[in-house]
Design a protein around this ligand. Structure first.
Ligand SMILES: [Fe+2]
Length: 590
């Protein structure tokens, strides 16, 4: 980020009308997020990367070299921010940043937990390299959620020394979501040391307080963690706001909680200066269908929030939270010139977008194509299983049938412990067809152990196709779900091929595939192509009998130890609340 210290004299001179600006935006209606006003007929003079003057007449700043953008009839709003987003997954960071910029989102606060869980410090370094030169600003945090559970996790994580080194890098500004709030409330020694280091460095720490309340929440906040993006309703949001926390109303591909929080906050006249909008990740399909933080502004306006205030929530508040309010968050003298021109405030459709005074979007198109940066060869070799996977890998022996513990799927994400009785054929348990029971397997894809676990799944529907994915939270597993071993083997081999991805098989043929060559978690494809492939994956699974509309989430969340109630890792089934292992086969029948 260009420092104000190097440019304030030049800005001062332009503001005084004693030097010329590089760019003047003339006659826009300014959404002033500092006062809540709309100021008609506002000129904005930009010198270098920063705004020098905002007022009724910048004509003295216009010289022969000044680019003038006539903006009468348009609104000027500050570039929006996503204060918590994962951009190391599905598509490459620069591709994501470009699509976000097209939506008027000029700053992304990335939590690269996926790439770190796969590839550790080397993964973080490559992620940061991939973000350089992106169309939007990218700030990053050091992932705070790894390992998800020390007893069971096998993900990579950063050592304290690697964390410290990362925080010295440009644009790395704090600690990412600390998933396990119980590690904070129980004063887990390693977590306490990590928090102490971060607080000592003056870093922002992003919170994650799903379900916490009362004393436990207060203890969490008292430990220096001042934000949360997990409130799902107004009651949870207001409890946090009352404690001086910053609340990110989440509206993304995993959850959509904004309406419930904002409509009530508006109706009750609550101060929203500590409210933000975040996506927590938005997939290519949703980006095309709904948008990003621009969608949050529309949703907030529909929920009754004044649009100028919605832009303050979408920009100013996020930068204030991260301690960047002097540089970003509004359009004012001395601020970095991250400016979006929109036709209509509540519609929030970006026409032109400037980042640091540089035009990145003109007339709803990127000013420059996305330049792909070739990842190093190692990033395509993180999936170390694949061709050797056979149907036999998913068989479970039990000569007379068995009582099995099942993962009962309430949604693509929510699981409960269940049970079923399975028959045996040729000494092997039978699933699929009318049993209503599918099976799931997790295979250590890192190649370190070669371990795999097979368990049984209910509630998916009468599946006739299998899905497999190398993009799974956050244990380095290749996860495959299907009706029978042969179908699963086809999907698993296809997912693992070429460095990783998501694949669906039907009739023992590959029906849909999204390659994810970058660490098995992100595709080099343009976002539109990734969107159509992701849609095809979900559509093929629906056609194969899956009762869930977003089947790709099933393998993603099956190993996710931050959620109850039962999860599957390559080391076996885990009862998350009881923190104990559960056998897939409860007992074999005679
Ligand atoms: Fe997150």
């Amino acid at each position: 980020m260009d420092a104000l210290a190097s440019s304030f004299r030049a800005l001062n001179a332009v503001a005084m009308g004693e030097a010329h600006a590089g760019l003047v935006i003339r006659g826009a209606a300014l959404a002033n997020v500092y006062t809540g006003e709309v100021q008609e007929g506002t000129d904005i003079a930009v010198a270098g990367s920063r705004v020098a003057y905002v007022g009724p007449d910048a004509s003295r700043a216009i010289g022969p070299g000044t680019r003038v953008r006539r903006a009468r009839g348009l609104f000027a709003v500050p570039g929006m921010a996503d204060p918590h987003v994962h951009i190391d997954q599905l598509v490459m960071p620069r591709e994501f940043a470009a699509r976000a910029a097209l939506r008027g989102v000029t700053s992304l606060f990335a939590d690269p937990i996926d790439v770190v869980s796969v590839a550790g410090a080397r993964g973080l370094g490559e992620f940061l390299r991939q973000c350089e030169g992106a169309a939007a600003r990218v700030f990053s945090v050091v992932p705070g959620g790894l390992p998800v559970d020390r007893r069971f996790s096998t993900s990579r994580a950063l050592t304290p020394a690697q964390e410290a080194a990362a925080l010295r890098r440009d644009g790395v500004i704090g600690l990412g979501e600390v998933f396990s709030w119980t590690r904070v409330t129980s004063r887990d020694p390693a977590t306490m040391r990590q928090l102490a280091r971060m607080l000592g460095e003056g870093c922002v720490i992003n919170g994650h307080t799903a379900g916490a309340s009362g004393r436990k929440l207060q203890a969490y906040v008292a430990s220096g963690i001042l934000s949360c993006h997990e409130p799902v309703d107004y009651a949870q949001a207001i409890e946090r706001l009352r404690l001086g926390m910053w609340v990110m109303a989440r509206e993304g591909s995993i959850r959509r909680d904004l309406r419930a929080i904002v409509s009530e906050a508006v109706a009750r006249g609550i101060d929203t200066s500590r409210l933000m909008f975040c996506s927590d990740g938005v997939n290519p399909v949703d980006m095309a269908a709904h948008g990003h933080i621009d969608h949050c502004v529309r949703e907030a306006a529909r929920a009754g929030m004044d649009p100028v205030r919605a832009y303050a929530v979408a920009s100013r508040n996020a930068f204030d939270y991260y301690g960047m309010g002097r540089d970003l968050g509004g359009i004012g003298p001395g601020r970095l010139a991250d400016i979006v021109l929109v036709d209509d405030l509540a519609a929030a459709r970006a026409r032109d977008v400037y980042v640091g005074g540089r035009e990145v979007v003109r007339d709803r198109r990127l000013a420059a194509p996305v330049r792909a940066r070739r990842p190093p060869a190692w990033a395509a070799r993180t999936v170390r299983v694949g061709p050797a996977i056979r149907a036999g890998d998913f068989e479970v022996r039990a000569r007379g049938g068995a009582e099995v513990n099942t993962i009962s799927m309430a949604t693509e994400i929510v699981t409960r412990m269940g049970s079923a009785t399975l028959e045996s054929r040729g000494g092997l348990l039978v699933s699929g067809g009318r049993t209503g029971v599918a099976r799931a397997a997790a295979i250590d894809r890192s190649g370190r152990t070669g371990a795999r676990a097979v368990a049984f799944v209910e509630g998916m529907g009468e599946l006739e196709g299998a899905i497999a994915s190398t993009w799974t939270f956050h244990e380095n597993d290749l996860v495959v779900v299907g009706p029978d071993p042969a179908e699963m083997a086809v999907a698993a081999r296809a997912a693992a091929a070429g460095g990783g991805g998501i694949a669906v098989s039907r009739g023992r043929r590959v029906a849909a595939r999204l390659p994810m060559r970058f660490c098995g978690i992100a595709s080099a494809l343009p976002m539109a192509e990734a969107a159509s492939r992701l849609e095809a994956i979900d559509a093929e699974m629906a056609a194969a009998g899956c009762r869930f509309g977003r089947a790709h989430l099933v393998p993603l969340f099956l190993p996710f130890l931050a959620l109850p109630s039962v999860r599957l890792l390559h080391s076996g089934l885990v009862d998350v609340r009881a923190r104990r292992r559960v056998p897939a086969v409860a007992h074999r029948l005679k």
